[in-house]
Write a new protein. Structure first.
Length: 423
């Protein structure tokens, strides 16, 4: 039986694994390394600053800057990096710091009847674990506007469904949303030769400003300190004090989660986005049907209630992610049903050290954002999460050992890779 099984091999899962390995836990991590990052269009760039985009290991030896040095690249403040470079960094981090990486996907996590968990891989093999850390990223939680749900994929996709976007050249594409994903997707589509429009409920587009220099004098730094979430004292509170955020009343946390760090485009995207000529703000999709000539008819409603129609070949919904426990299909239904929830969106309640209400089940990433705050929506939050979550795992294992649950772990003697058994 493993001390810890980690489900997910993105920034959070890899960071948790690095901390767990350093503490000698007998662990296994399932997932394809940085899969969603590798799937992004090559023309996309990392929005966060390089110094706010490190994966976490206990010694801080494997940051993004260390990887950049191996490539002869400087990870500089104010210079955006391609998402492909960041994905390759995650691969390198895994090779350096993460043992027991199994690239199979997990289909089910369920209680095993002895206080632990049964974790089933995609080929049907089941392993047992005393504790589990669920770090499945954002893809299970994709949000698509209600009128578009259930329509064929040839007509409606989420922005996360796409790698390269060159297949849309010459087609009419409607992108829904006003955040970075929507604006960057629209810019890339335009550059690829598509006819693009933006539809957004927001009444204006927001753009991040050029980040000020890191070294800008004490007074300016005091007025608007740099943080991993942007400049300003409010962002500093979100970035530096997730533990305090967790102690706020649930209604306050929900309000902040819904409103903080709203949709905005990166400063470096604004010039590229200028090529997108059809931008329709204050509009929401109220209905959608497939026409006789296999196009999509969108019924749209403006802020004053006026209605209109848009016909398009394809819709890309860049409408974000909702951390609802109901979308965490990897958890067995009975297990999902017993977990306590917070907020109208049905996110799981996460206690101290990232443990759910079910002992031994730990959560990381977007699912914890309604409990720990906006930083958990970004790579930056992995640094706060990983060490604390592993501390919680160790405490839970000690509690189990005190009840006769066995040893906590064993020191690791090397970096092993686990692969699926040969068929």
């Amino acid at each position: 039986m493993y001390d810890l099984v980690i489900v997910g091999a993105g920034p959070y899962g890899l960071s948790v694994a690095a901390h767990a390995a350093a503490h000698g836990l007998n662990l296994r991590i399932f997932g394809r390394t940085m899969e969603s990052w590798h799937a992004m269009p090559s023309a996309m760039y990392l929005k966060s600053e390089p110094w706010a985009s490190h994966l976490s290991d206990p010694e801080g030896a494997y940051g993004l800057d260390a990887y950049a040095a191996t490539r002869g690249v400087r990870a500089e403040h104010g210079v955006p990096l391609p998402v492909g470079f960041f994905a390759a960094y995650g691969d390198w981090f895994a090779r350096q710091a993460v043992p027991a990486l199994d690239e199979r996907l997990v289909t089910s996590v369920s209680p095993d009847g002895d206080g632990g968990y049964a974790v089933t891989a995609e080929d049907g093999e089941t392993v047992r674990a005393r504790t589990v850390a669920l770090a499945v990223g954002v893809l299970p939680f994709m949000e698509v506007p209600g009128p578009l749900r259930g329509l064929p994929r040839r007509h409606v996709t989420h922005s996360s469904h796409h790698g390269e976007l060159d297949g849309f050249a010459g087609r009419d594409v409607t992108v829904i949303g006003a955040g970075q994903a929507a604006l960057e997707t629209a810019a890339i589509l335009t550059e690829q030769g598509a006819e693009v429009r933006i539809l957004a409920r927001a009444d204006r587009l927001n753009w991040n400003t050029v980040p000020p220099a890191l070294d800008r004098g004490a007074w300016r730094s005091l007025r608007a300190p740099h943080t991993g979430l942007g400049c300003g004292w409010q962002n500093k509170l979100y970035a530096d004090t997730p533990g305090i955020f967790r102690r706020l009343p649930a209604t306050t946390r929900e309000r902040i989660f819904d409103s903080a760090l709203g949709p905005a485009g990166a400063w470096w995207l604004r010039e590229r986005f200028a090529a997108v000529r059809d931008v329709r703000l204050g509009q929401r999709v109220s209905g959608a049907t497939v026409t006789a000539d296999d196009r999509l008819r969108l019924d749209v409603t403006g802020p004053d209630g006026a209605t209109g129609v848009v016909e398009t070949d394809h819709v890309i919904a860049a409408t974000g992610f909702v951390p609802s426990l109901d979308r965490a299909d990897v958890l067995a239904p009975g297990l999902r049903g017993e977990l306590r929830r917070v907020g109208a969106g049905g996110a799981p309640e996460v206690g101290a050290l990232f443990e759910s209400s079910r002992p031994g089940l730990f959560l990381a990433g977007l699912l914890t954002a309604p409990s720990y705050g906006p930083s958990m929506r970004f790579v930056f939050g992995a640094g706060y999460t990983a060490g604390r979550l592993v501390k919680g795992v160790r405490q839970r294992l000690r509690a189990g050992a005190g009840r006769g649950g066995g040893v906590i772990g064993r020191p690791r003697t090397g970096r092993e890779r686990v692969t699926a058994p040969a068929s």
